[in-house]
Design a binder for this molecule. Structure first.
Ligand code: MG
Length: 257
């Protein structure tokens, strides 16, 4: 099994710097979501912003990915490729996933934003997805097992009549964007690695309004719900500290969106 890295205090500071830029990039992208905007325009702004901070977009060219953000609309769950052809429309829900790398470390975060007026059902899906993250977050503490987080996310999501994606999961984060351990959004509590201070993980519920099955389109990235139902995503990078969980992907005014 792959080793879980522990971050020194100095490395944790680098993760906070990366996390702040990542969260600012997420907020910028979210502020641009409105009818008529293309996902390419949002991606261009994200790339310019991250570079303006002296950081690099973690996703750009990652296994050949063509954007600095994954922008996933409606039934696209994750890994939507920014495109001039994807023009946002009133009522869409738009998931933005972004990563920034600076001083040797990555931040990774995501959120789903409403485009103009959306249906109450779509808003509820967004709200439940966000809250499921916080349900899991409570267990992101030294001494807990990884699947204590997984279980809390799943229970909350399913209680609200939605489902969690199985084939993509959260992950450790640090010098690499994807490190051990895997952090699933499902499964019984009490399994997986025991969390300890110095670990950093990205917890990222991917929630479907319908069934949990997803498929990857021919482009090799775009991941959609098989039944065409709406999906939402919410993610933050969390440092496990002696004093409890600390989110690195937060803006200086304290927002996680
Ligand atoms: Mg991630």
């Amino acid at each position: 099994m792959e080793l879980i890295t522990l971050k020194s205090p100095r490395e944790q500071d680098a993760m906070r710097r990366a996390g702040r830029i990542t969260a600012q990039a997420r907020a910028l992208a979210g502020s641009m979501v409105r009818p008529g905007v293309t996902t390419k325009e949002i991606d261009d702004a994200v790339r310019k912003f991250i570079r303006s901070k002296g950081a690099q977009p973690s996703f750009l060219n990652y296994h050949g990915f063509a954007g600095s953000a994954c922008i996933s609309v409606n039934q696209v769950v994750i890994h939507g490729i920014p495109s001039r052809r994807v023009v946002l429309r009133e009522g869409d829900i738009v998931s933005v996933d972004v990563g920034a790398y600076i001083d040797g470390f990555h931040g990774d975060c995501a959120a789903t934003y409403p485009c103009g007026e959306i249906t109450p059902e779509a808003q509820r899906l967004i709200d439940v997805t966000q809250q499921s993250f916080w349900e899991g977050f409570q267990f992101a503490k030294a001494g807990q097992r990884v699947s204590d987080i997984s279980h809390a996310v799943q229970v909350y999501v399913e209680k609200h009549g939605y489902s969690v994606v199985r084939s993509f999961v959260g992950h450790g984060v640090g010098r690499e964007m994807h490190e051990a351990p895997e952090v699933p959004n499902f499964g019984p509590a009490g399994h997986g690695a025991r969390l300890q201070a110095g670990m950093a993980i990205a917890v990222e519920p991917m929630v479907c309004a319908g069934d949990w099955q997803v498929k990857v389109l021919k482009d090799g990235w775009t991941t959609v719900t098989t039944d065409g139902s709406l999906a939402a995503h919410y993610e933050n990078t969390i440092l496990i500290t002696e004093d409890g969980p600390e989110i690195t992907t937060v803006t200086e005014d304290g927002t996680y969106l």
